[in-house]
Write a protein that binds this ligand. Sequence first.
Ligand code: SAM
Length: 286
Amino acid sequence: MSSSLEETKFILKKYNITANKRLGQNFLIDDYIIENIVNVAETSKEDLVIEIGPGLGTLTSKLLEKAGKVVAIELDEKMIKILNDRFLLYDNFKLLNEDVLKVDLQKLIDENKGNLTKVKIVANLPYYITTPIIMKLLEEKLNIDSITVMIQKEVADRITAVPGDKLSGAITYSVYYYAEPSSALFVEKNSFIPAPEVDSEVINLKIRKEPKVKVKDEKLFFDIIKASFMQRRKTLLNGLINSKLFDSKEEILDIFEKMNLNPQIRGEKLTIEQFAQIADYASKQK
Ligand code: SAM
């Protein structure tokens, strides 16, 4: 039996608690996976690590060994009590009892970075809010180096798909704009208690210094991407017509012609550069 499994069972029993499904609590019990998450993030004493959802502290404990400082954000008050008891003696640990979606993360980073050279997000994310968390981390243009997170395999497949792939969706392009994503580790359901209903994957997002493409109007660029994937079986043209982002069908067809695009093409066939081009043509005409 792995030591994380024994430890998790012991803590749950000691504090007389059960996992809260509503908060996406699936506790990691596989030492190999925990070690690997820390390794994939290349955690070192030079790093400030922000952990989202530390739960019982299984991953936190490894991070505290390897990182310069760990700041953890946990919503569940029951976990806060456990974490405070468990890491009482660590002076490189800070805990916030907050909803991560409401935290001013850049402020938190500035307050805690000190002389540390890199800032990394490392987490086994609560799956009910995977996408909003990842998009918050990227859209707020935080001063961070990388994001290493465990998420549902299905979402991981979309995020790590190459734009233009069959699996690519709006999130593929949005993430690719800000970061270089890679898949690091497949994780089976039985690596957690309770076991989630889906398989998982650890992904790593290396934050780009500059976005992948230059666009005149970032909001319009993302709105066009979202509209293109609203109805997956429709053509790009129909998605854009329904979006109301253009004055007329003719305007879109005119852009397609300038770009030499077939009007029957689907959104997932486009490169990120082509989406940027559509957005720039559209913004010029406004
Ligand atoms: N890190 C632990 C582990 O690997 O065993 C627990 C991971 S569990 C999948 C997700 C954690 O996120 C839970 O502890 C849950 O309470 C916490 N959580 C859920 N929603 C949250 C939110 N909005 N903000 C911060 N933490 C949240």
